[in-house]
Design a protein around this ligand. Structure first.
Ligand code: ZN
Length: 109
């Protein structure tokens, strides 16, 4: 190893695929009724949806995602989802899908 790198912090590469956020009213399997939900579309990964009422996250392929092993996860999950709901505004799933396709076309050109 080079002396130049001695003592330098290790380089960490974090893979975080870009998600296209949206919000809407969808049937939450946990609440068993239509709820405010925030979702994220990804180009190469499963779409995930979080229920604002209960804080559970879902994907079409896996169903309900694993809950965090810590106390208070539901309260934190709903607070986070509520913030996302406000931040996303009126952006629908259709809008998010349009942005994903437009970006993919731009990157392919
Ligand atoms: Zn729910």
């Amino acid at each position: 190893m080079s002396d130049l790198l001695a003592g330098a912090p290790p380089t960490v590469h974090v893979y975080a695929p870009r998600g296209y956020e949206y919000r809407g009213f969808f049937r939450c399997p946990e609440c068993d009724q239509k709820r405010r939900c925030v979702g994220q579309l990804f180009a190469w990964h499963s779409e995930s949806v979080t229920c604002v009422a209960c804080g559970d996250r879902f994907t079409a392929e896996e169903g309900r995602m694993e809950r965090p092993p810590s106390r208070g996860w539901r309260k934190r999950g709903t607070a986070k989802a509520r913030k996302a709901w406000d931040r996303i505004g009126s952006r629908s799933r259709r809008d998010a899908f349009g942005s994903l396709i437009a970006d993919a076309r731009r990157e392919a050109a």
